[in-house]
Design a protein around this ligand. Structure first.
Ligand code: XMP
Length: 519
């Protein structure tokens, strides 16, 4: 999928590595535009003239499984510099006449790489002739192809960095894109600037100007509607569009009653009062509660909320005259078509409901100004658009809201209790400077009552679960380690201040095997 036809770029060919998106983000961080394309797709396409360098990603396959890996060797003769990482390194070596075999010793985790000779790729990379890097492989290149030279070796991989300078082909066994590789960014910089000869063409400042211009061109004099949830993506879309087309934008904000405490007031205060956007506020609390009455099944909850949301949104949108466009906060990871490169099918775990991604049958054209961007780029753009740091750094919040943080039946009383618990938890994280260290945190209310004692009285109340995780992208996650003093304090605050909760537990599962949300 080629998105940006006007910019010179690096094209990353994905072989299914879990780090492919990280490679793209790191290249963009150094200021150069890049795109990801699945190896399955590239075979059928001709490279466009703006591609100035190729990166071949890692991947879970073995290069000697001929049937599974069909790589178009012509790409190595296209006179475009190529950098192969891990599996990418192995496939370059194999295709150019070298040999790849299963290693005697697998290398996972930190390893030391030692310099053998100078190379443009490794300028300023080594300190005293060596560098700590992060490895993740069980195969290795065992025979160098003709006209290739060894640039560096590790104890288990003699051909750890290799090059064919004349053909501009480079291979590295470790992962320069992960933070554990010291100086990994230097390798990527050397490749894009000194080998591919690209210039910086990507920053949030040019993004703002460019995107505003593009939206104006696309929309002309027509009106646009946008579902605003108060989350980062829809807030950035709304602000960008208001800069681009002013009052021709109408935002619709649906209060499902399942939002965090005071969220509706914050959205109205920010977007209607401060930024003076056209904002229609719909309070649909009662409707949602009615439809969700006695529903326990998580998937049913999600479907009910998603469908009712569309219905309300459509009804409201129809009342606005001459609307031709619907603005959505689609991001680049939503578009990358590389997930099935290994041929595997991911099983459906949950039906995600994204307020931005719904009404398909409304006959409106889509405006998706963030579709080339990663989340961290959207955050930077948001700051350029004068959104506050508080909005920009908000933790993700799921479309179905508190409904999926309350296993069992949903009642008005339970929502009230949960909103309070979540409020105290998030407030404490902010007061203790922990909020920005955590990728996502929330309180949940479990459908269990337990016995407690307060003063001289017995209590029989709900169990509150706290979850706080660190993550790169929400696909995998680890629980955050709090100090005992913080846990003690938040448990006391919740139990002492909220009638209805007499016990607090902390979720110490990672993802996988658990998911981030409870339902
Ligand atoms: P899970 O629970 O699947 O969550 O590990 C991964 C990330 O996705 C968020 N999430 C959602 N976001 N609509 C959304 O917009 C949804 O239906 C939804 N369900 C989960 C979740 O909060 C976490 O950040």
């Amino acid at each position: 999928m080629h998105l940006e036809n006007s910019l010179n770029k690096i094209l990353i060919i994905d072989f299914g590595s879990q780090f492919t998106q990280l490679i793209a983000r790191k290249i963009r961080e150094v200021g150069v535009y890049c795109e990801i394309i699945s190896n399955n797709k590239i075979n059928k396409k001709k490279l466009d003239k703006n591609v100035k360098g190729l990166v071949l990603s890692g991947g879970p396959l073995n290069v000697y499984q001929n049937k599974k890996v069909k790589f178009n060797k012509e790409l190595l003769n296209a006179k475009i510099p190529v950098l192969g990482i891990c599996f990418g390194h192995q496939i370059i070596s194999k295709e150019m006449g070298g040999k790849v075999k299963q290693s005697k010793f697998r290398e996972f985790g930190l390893a030391k790489v030692k310099k053998v000779k100078n190379s443009i790729l490794t300028n300023n990379f080594f300190k005293k002739g060596q560098c700590d890097v992060w490895m993740s492989h069980s195969d290795e290149v065992t025979k160098l192809p003709k006209n290739f030279k060894v640039v560096a070796k590790s104890s288990n991989s003699k051909l750890c960095i290799v090059e064919n300078k004349k053909k501009n082909l480079y291979g590295i066994q470790f992962h320069p894109e992960v933070t554990h590789t010291n100086n990994g960014k230097i390798i990527l910089k050397n490749f894009v600037f000194d080998i591919c000869k690209l210039r910086k063409n990507w920053s949030s400042k040019n993004q703002k100007i460019k995107l505003i211009k593009e939206v104006r061109n696309q929309v002309g004099n027509s009106k646009v509607i946008c579902a605003l949830s108060g989350g980062v993506d829809s807030s950035v879309v709304a602000k960008l569009l208001s800069y681009a087309i002013g009052k021709k934008l109408t935002c619709i904000f649906v209060n499902t009653g399942l939002l965090r405490k005071n969220e509706e007031y914050q959205v109205i205060e920010t977007f209607k009062k401060k930024f003076k956007l056209n904002l229609i506020y719909i309070n649909a609390e009662k409707e949602f509660l009615k439809k969700l009455k006695n529903v326990i099944d998580p998937e049913k909850k999600r479907k009910i909320i998603g469908n009712l949301f569309i219905k309300i949104f459509e009804k409201c949108a129809k009342k606005i005259k001459n609307v031709k466009f619907l603005a959505q906060g689609t991001l680049y990871p939503d578009l990358i078509e590389s997930k099935s490169v290994t041929g595997s099918q991911t099983s459906k775990i949950k039906s995600h409901h994204n307020v931005g991604g719904l009404p398909k049958k409304m006959n409106l054209k889509l405006v998706e100004p963030l579709k080339y961007l990663f989340k961290d780029e959207v955050r930077k753009l948001g700051l350029e658009l004068n959104l506050s740091k508080e909005i920009i750094s908000r933790h993700p919040f799921p479309g179905p809201g508190l409904a999926i943080r309350m296993p069992g039946i949903i009642t008005k009383d339970k929502i009230k209790i949960l909103k309070e618990a979540d409020y105290y938890f998030i407030k404490s994280l902010k007061e203790n400077n922990l909020y920005d260290k955590i990728w996502q945190a929330y309180a949940a209310l479990l459908p269990v009552k337990t016995v407690g004692v307060m003063g001289d009285n017995r209590t029989y109340e709900y169990l509150c679960l706290l979850r706080a995780i660190t993550s790169e992208d929400g696909m995998t996650a680890d629980f955050f380690e709090f100090k005992k003093s913080f846990m003690q304090s938040i448990s006391n605050q919740i139990v002492n201040n909220i009638r209805g909760i007499n016990r607090v537990v902390y979720d110490i599962t990672s993802k996988p095997p658990s998911t981030i949300e409870l339902e």
